[in-house]
Structure formats: structure tokens, C-alpha cells
Design a binder for this molecule. Structure first.
Ligand code: NDP
Length: 255
């Protein structure tokens, strides 16, 4: 028996990277997984790669910045499954720019995706959980950069710091509705997210590794077990937590 047998989990931004790894792991644990995102064909391909022992992997179109798109997707999922147990707000974009040159559109797109998207999805899913009076769990994928201020990341760091606060507010507000809200704050992970920044010359991986006590970049598969724990029945007293999983990055005292 998997740890998430019979559950229905939505993962935003599941076409690649951490979202894809989370979808695969949750499926292995017995959950039906709904892979939500903008690239529908990619999502369909990922669903074909996932072979849930129980339940299914199902792709849904969703742009987390668009309230109409979010609500339509959640409606479709509830129609199909009759419930939602777990939401993982994973979709996110990086933004690196000197703050004096950061274009308004880039600031807005980062906040809309990384923060407003988390709020819109949480609100839509929580309403469904409340209507059905079912217990539920929301996991927000934050970042160590929500805690550590990093030059040229004004929009990204601000968005993730706000996600941490949103996590705590919603956890306090919805505790009596039996909805738990927690955040996972990863350090650097091997995904396209940092691959693109490296290619653009905006990230020097070798010097980064020197700042990480474990001297290495993490792998998405090293994050999924914590998410399974958070979503599972052993974490019933865990809410409002932001858990860092970063090879020691936030613990390290030197710059
Ligand atoms: P990737 O760039 O590999 O994947 C991001 C995913 O988000 C893609 O599936 C993308 O799909 C989706 N996405 C982006 N914008 C939207 C949108 N508006 N609506 C729906 N989906 C969207 O990133 P990672 O897997 O690395 O990152 C996942 C999360 O982890 C992010 O929140 C990120 O901030 C966080 N994180 C990542 C770290 C890292 O080092 N990689 C470190 C710390 C945190 P598409 O573009 O096709 O829509």
C-alpha cells in the first residue's frame, strides 16, 4: 500500500523539473495525480510516462496567473474525481535582473506567477474542500530565496518571501476547516530553471557549490519524500511550517 492511497493530488507546473518529479512520486504512493500547466501536450507526454499503480495521471490546462483558467481547471478536476485532497503549488519562474533595470512587466509576471498563482489555486481548491467538508493539504513550493536576500532577485525573493507569509496566514485561517498549509523551500535543484540561467550567464554553478555545505546542487527526487510526508496521514499536526531542504544553505553562517 502506498502512503497516499486513494488521494487526488493536483500539481501545478508539472510538465518538467520538480513538478514532474512530484507527480511521479505521488503516483507511486497510490495517489491519482492531476498535472496542471500551460503546455498541454508536454503534460500529456509526462502523464504517459507515469504509471500509477492505482488511480491515474491526468493532464489539465491551467495558467496559474489567470483566475478564469484556474477556476475552470479546478471545476474540471472536481467533476472528474468528486474531490481534491492535495494541492501542490509548484509552478514558478525565475527572474534575475539588476533592480534598477527590472522592467515592470517582468516584475509583474514574477509576482503574478509565483505569488498570485499560489493564492488563486489555494483559494479555488480550499473552497472545494470546504464545500465538501473534507480535510485537505496544500503544499507551496517556496525557495531558500524567500529567506536569503540575493542581489538582482528583487521580484523572485519578494515573491517567495510572500509565499512563506501566505502559507502561514492560510494555515492559521483554515486550520479549523481541517486544511493544512505548509511550504517546502528548496535550495538550488538540477532543473531547466537553473539550466537556463546558467546558459544565459546569470548563474555560476561552481561558485554556488562553494556556498552550499554539501558542495553540490540538489536533485528534484530529494524533495519529493518531504512532500509525501506533508501530504500523508502522519503529518496531521503539521501546518504553517516552512521547511528548508537545501544541503545546508540556510544553516551556513558565512557568505
Ligand atoms: P522549471 O522551470 O523546470 O518548471 C517550472 C514549471 O512551471 C513548468 O512546468 C512550467 O511550465 C510551469 N509554469 C510556469 N509558469 C506557469 C504558469 N503561469 N501557469 C502554469 N504553469 C506554469 O522549474 P523547477 O521545476 O526548477 O521549479 C519548480 C518550483 O521550484 C518553482 O516554484 C521554483 O521557484 C521552485 N524552486 C526551484 C529551485 C531550483 O533551483 N530549480 C530552487 C528553489 C525553488 P510551462 O512554462 O510549460 O507553463
Amino acid at each position: 500500500m502506498g502512503l497516499l492511497q486513494g488521494k487526488v493530488t493536483i500539481i501545478t507546473g508539472a510538465s518538467r523539473g520538480l513538478g514532474k518529479a512530484l507527480a511521479g512520486r505521488f503516483a507511486c504512493e497510490g495517489s491519482s495525480v492531476v498535472l496542471a500547466g500551460r503546455s498541454y501536450n508536454l503534460l500529456k507526454d509526462v502523464c504517459r510516462e507515469i504509471h500509477p499503480p492505482d488511480g491515474e495521471a491526468y493532464p489539465v490546462r491551467m495558467d496559474v496567473t489567470d483566475p478564469g483558467s484556474v477556476n475552470a481547471a479546478i471545476h474540471e478536476i472536481v467533476e472528474r474525481y468528486g474531490k481534491i485532497d492535495v494541492l501542490i503549488n509548484n509552478a514558478g519562474i525565475p527572474m534575475v535582473s539588476p533592480s534598477e533595470d527590472l522592467a515592470y512587466e517582468n516584475w509583474k509576471n514574477t509576482i503574478d506567477t509565483n505569488l498570485t498563482g499560489v493564492f488563486l489555486c489555494s483559494q479555488a481548491v480550499a473552497k472545494q474542500m470546504m464545500d465538501r467538508k473534507t480535510a485537505g493539504c496544500i503544499i507551496n513550493i517556496s525557495s531558500t530565496f524567500g529567506l536569503s536576500p540575493v542581489p538582482q532577485r528583487a521580484a523572485y525573493c519578494s515573491s517567495k518571501a510572500a509565499v512563506d507569509m501566505l502559507t502561514k496566514v492560510l494555515a492559521a485561517e483554515w486550520a479549523d476547516k481541517k486544511i493544512r498549509v505548509n511550504a517546502i523551500a528548496p535550495g538550488y535543484l538540477k532543473t531547466e530553471f537553473i539550466g537556463q540561467l546558467e546558459q544565459q550567464g546569470k548563474l555560476d554553478i561552481e561558485s554556488l557549490k562553494k556556498r552550499i555545505p554539501q558542495r553540490r546542487i540538489g536533485h528534484p527526487d530529494e524533495i519529493t519524500g518531504l512532500a509525501v510526508y506533508m501530504a500523508g496521514d502522519e503529518a496531521t499536526y503539521l501546518t504553517g511550517a516552512v521547511v528548508y531542504i537545501d544541503g545546508g544553505w540556510t544553516a551556513y553562517g558565512f557568505t
